[in-house]
Design a protein around this ligand. Structure first.
Ligand code: ATP
Length: 356
């Protein structure tokens, strides 16, 4: 990792008896793009608000560039925050809104104007520069807010669902605009989102939160291919999860007894431990292979060129297979049809903690 810019050291936020964030430990490097994901109410916004100085931590320490920030209010920090229901100045036009931060810093009028127009252009809304923000659409206003936050080229930008008011097409465009700018300018982004595709497409590392705690921190690939707990495996992607008990292990491969059969998986843990095997839907296939089980087709779902097939095993466990539509061939996927499913031993992932 590059030099650390943001450090959370045992950070907690209590609201009365309720603990919204518990023992958060996280180091964010200079120029890194971090996405925070998790179910509603898990503490994402509270974490961001503490970074912005809008809430003070109850316990622990927040450091930015090595300096303790716990009690430094938002207006004394260089950490702008862009959020869903953001507040623009309603009596100013788009350009004046963007110029505001520069004005506060004493930047001269001509220079201010030039920089504001440049940022509005980068956000692809230059044509609305002189329009009162009240007359702009939600998506246009959100881009004015992004320009306003970026114009001062802060070290750290905090974003809370910044693309949520945009339509699907624009979200994809703005994702690439933001990622490119973030890399070009080297600004550190901490980005809260509900959307897995957004987090995985943009971030260097993803933080998954659950009930106020950090469940896992890792690159999108690590989180996707090697979830640490059942919660992460269920929350992220389309995983098949088979609960079982280790009966033997040899040469870094464990044999696990489950209700659906005995399977082998890379990884070692004590014989007798309760574990789970995670097989992502795109690693499971129809047809024979190293680990096999029988299941019945429930339904199928087409999304563009991909198809997800939902099946049920004998004991009621729901299984999913994701594959290219063109690879289906003449496979019979009518509901009630029984198939043998399989996956390669090396494609299984062993969960040894938080399996229930
Ligand atoms: N000022 C407050 N007083 C009391 N409880 C609060 C306060 N702010 C947040 N909470 C509670 O803390 C928990 C975490 O809230 P937070 O807004 O951080 O969640 P979130 O993960 O951002 O959720 P969402 O995805 O729905 O925005 C919630 O249960 C919320 O009700």
């Amino acid at each position: 990792m590059s030099e650390p810019l943001v450090e959370l050291d045992g950070v907690e936020k209590h609201f009365g008896d309720f603990v919204a964030v518990r023992d958060a430990n996280l180091t964010i490097g200079q120029g890194e793009f971090i996405a925070i994901m998790g179910p509603s109410g898990c503490g994402k916004t509270t974490t961001l608000r503490m970074l912005a100085g809008l809430d003070a931590p109850t316990n622990g320490e927040i450091r930015i560039a090595g300096k303790r920030m716990n009690d430094l209010p938002a207006h004394e920090r260089d950490t702008p925050m862009v959020w869903q229901s953001l507040a623009l100045f309603p009596y100013l036009n788009a350009r004046e809104n963007v110029e505001f931060g520069l004005k506060m810093r004493g930047v001269e009028a001509g220079e201010r104007r030039k920089r504001a127009l440049n940022w509005l252009d980068r956000m692809e809304i230059g044509e609305f520069a002189e329009r009162n923000v009240e007359t702009l659409s939600g998506g246009q206003r959100q881009r004015v807010a992004l320009a306003r936050a970026l114009v001062t080229e802060p070290q750290l930008l905090l974003l809370d669902e910044p693309l949520s008011a945009l339509d699907a097409h624009l979200v994809i465009r703005m994702q690439s605009v933001l990622t490119r700018l973030q890399r070009e300018l080297g600004i550190t982004f901490v980005y809260v989102t509900h959307s897995q595709s957004e987090a995985f497409a943009m971030a260097d590392r993803v933080v998954i939160m659950s009930k106020g705690e950090i469940a896992q921190i890792g690159t999108p690939r690590e989180i996707y291919r090697a979830p640490k707990t059942r919660f992460v495996a269920e929350f992220v992607g389309r995983n098949n999860i088979l609960q079982g008990r280790v009966t033997e292990h040899a040469k870094d491969v464990s044999t696990v007894d489950t209700a659906l059969g005995t399977f082998t998986v890379p990884g070692k843990t004590e014989v007798g431990s309760d574990v789970a095997i995670v097989v992502s839907a795109d690693m499971m296939q129809i047809g024979p292979g190293e680990n096999t089980l029988e299941a019945t087709v429930l339904s199928e779902e087409f999304v563009g060129s991909m198809v997800t097939i939902f099946l049920e095993a004998e004991d009621g466990t729901e299984l999913k297979i994701q594959m290219q539509e063109r690879a289906l061939g003449d496979l019979d996927l009518s509901a009630g049809r029984r198939h043998t499913l399989s996956w390669a031993q090396s494609d299984g992932h062993l969960l040894t903690e938080g399996t229930t």
